[in-house]
Design a protein around this ligand. Structure first.
Ligand code: BES
Ligand code: MN
Ligand code: ZN
Length: 525
């Protein structure tokens, strides 16, 4: 993974002599204003043209000779080779913090895309003042947007076209006249979360033959070594011995062996434990209930939940929050080989619950069930969050603009929605309840793995609920947002890394006693 160097400086902008200087323009009653006095005459001259008014997301790239830009250069007031002005629109302090963060990430994404178009490797950015946000927050979200927008996956391009020869931004210099030390700290935070997201995108971009359960295991071992985490990998025979009938069943149609990958971070003090479980289905053909050929290749992305929980541990290992975090990824292919499970088969999950397989394509819940039951028994967590590209039904319900959130605990659900909002990752809570659970009753086993065509995202969650007992739990169905997530400047086409930043935000803000205080009653009982 390429890493960009980010420095924070008090230098005046006229000292910047690099390829691209970026400044922001806001709007007030009198029209456009730039953050820096120096640029005000330039804005006035620009106002003769109608193409740049300072509206949000509007941007214009200026090269000398251009009227006052040339004047500023020749007067020695500026020395940059190009100037990018980005509009911030009306600076409203009343919009909520989540939306303000998002405008900065989007601005960061615009900087990255302009750098890409013009093959710029070094950029200087004048940090804007933003109503309602501190300089420190501005630095964090803008950096996040730049780094997230500066993502590309070129590993398999051997005949590089001209556009592929640009490897991205090497250095960003952020200019602010105050709080440089605090801004530096927030920039480091932003790079932790952006790096985690970009690694998750890399994993997802890898094809089915480039990212197998063994790759998850190797990644976790390396991370454990690098960041002093504990890594455990259970292989097929250990999974069978432990009675993880779901993972074994899903993997048995494939030559590629499954793994259960566990990463643990322990702050070393007495603390609460959060368990994260991610669906690591490295290719989902549907199995014997085979998927149609069209679009099947997208199912290499069926491991995005696993990628999210593993890469969150990169940030956790670096930031060392005051909470114990355990991440588990059940990793397997779902193929239709000779040994594959068949519709009608009955399997036994970890803990003894039996399940009739109605459709072998509803495999995610089978591997998650074992991982949830095992993780809860072994690590006794205070709360559990699973992340999975679980159902096409959630895409029908919410499209590509919200992930589904299903939970047995109002407190946890509220915290996740808030962390998502702060991170630009929207969640929408869907209901649960006994009436939905009825749809997954089996005539011959304890449960079955599909619940008919209605409310598929909910019946999938009801299936999982059987394996979490009374532990506060939330299920994040990211099938619609893990890729093709709402088009934005800092979300490239392809995998988005959705969920990573919400989880990191949640862990950073972890409040002790969330589930031991009042108000942790379940929602529907
Ligand atoms: N991995 C898919 C869900 C999925 C669909 C993810 C579209 C991303 C985009 C999952 O394993 C699956 O196949 N689910 C089935 C369940 C059904 C058979 C009950 C589905 O949603 O069709
Ligand atoms: Mn499937
Ligand atoms: Zn799947």
């Amino acid at each position: 993974m390429k890493s960009s160097k980010i420095v924070v400086s008090k230098k005046k902008i006229n000292k910047y002599s690099g390829d691209l200087l970026v400044a922001f323009v806001g709007l007030d009653e009198e029209g456009a204003f730039a953050g820096d006095e120096l640029l005000q005459p330039l804005l006035e001259s620009l106002s003769q043209y109608k193409e740049f008014t300072g509206k949000a997301e509007e941007h214009i790239l200026l090269y000398p000779p251009f009227g006052p830009l040339t004047d500023l250069l020749s007067a020695g007031l500026l020395s940059c080779r190009r100037l990018l002005l980005i509009g911030r629109g009306k600076i409203q302090s009343q919009i909520d913090a989540g939306e303000r963060n998002e405008t900065l990430r989007i601005a960061g994404g615009i900087i990255a895309s302009q750098c890409k178009i013009n093959k710029i490797e070094e950029v200087g950015v004048v940090l804007p003042h933003s109503a309602g946000l501190s300089d420190v927050e501005v630095g964090e979200y803008l950096t996040e947007g730049i780094l997230l927008g500066d993502y590309r996956f070129l590993k398999y391009k051997t005949r590089k076209k001209d556009e592929d020869s640009y490897i991205g931004i090497k250095k960003v210099e952020l200019y602010s006249d105050k709080h440089n030390e605090a801004i530096r700290t927030s920039v480091v935070k932003a790079s932790h979360s952006a790096l985690a997201v970009c690694v998750a995108r890399d994993m997802a971009n890898e094809p089915g033959n480039g990212w197998t359960p063994t790759h998850f295991a190797d990644y976790a071992k390396e991370l454990a070594e690098k960041l002093d985490l504990k890594c455990t990998v259970l292989d097929k025979s250990e999974l069978a011995e432990l009675g993880m009938g779901g993972i074994v069943a899903v993997s048995q149609g494939s030559e590629t062996p499954p793994k259960l990958v566990i990463l643990e971070y322990d702050p070393g003090r007495k603390s609460e434990t959060i368990l994260l479980v991610g669906k690591g289905l490295t290719f989902d053909s549907g199995g014997i209930s085979l998927k149609p050929a069209q679009g099947m290749m997208d199912m290499k992305y069926d491991m995005c939940g696993g990628a999210a929980v593993m890469t969150v541990m990169e940030a956790v290992g670096r930031e060392k929050p005051d909470v114990r975090v355990v991440a588990i990824v059940p990793a397997s292919d779902n193929m239709a080989g000779g040994g594959a499970i068949k519709p009608g088969d009955v399997i036994t999950h970890y803990g003894g619950i039996t399940c009739e397989i109605e459709n072998t394509d509803a495999e995610g819940r089978l591997i998650l069930a074992d991982a949830l039951a095992y993780g809860i028994e072994k690590f006794q967590p205070d709360c559990v969050i699973d992340v999975a590209t679980l159902t096409g039904a959630v895409v029908v319900a919410l499209g590509h603009h919200h992930a589904g959130l299903l939970s047995n605990n109002d407190n946890l659900a509220t915290k996740i929605i808030a962390a998502g909002k702060q991170s630009g990752e929207p969640f929408w809570r869907l209901p649960m309840g006994e009436m939905y659970a009825k749809q997954i009753k089996s005539p011959i086993a304890d449960t079955k793995n599909t619940g008919g065509k209605h409310a598929g995202a909910i019946t999938a969650a009801e299936f999982l609920r059987q394996f979490v007992g009374k532990v506060p739990w939330a299920h994040l169905d990211i099938a619609g947002t893990a890729w093709e997530f709402t088009e934005k400047s800092y979300i490239p086409k392809g995998p988005s890394g959705f969920g990573v930043r919400t989880l990191i935000t949640l862990l950073r803000q972890w409040e002790k006693g969330l589930f031991t205080g009042n108000g942790s009653e379940t929602r529907d009982k």
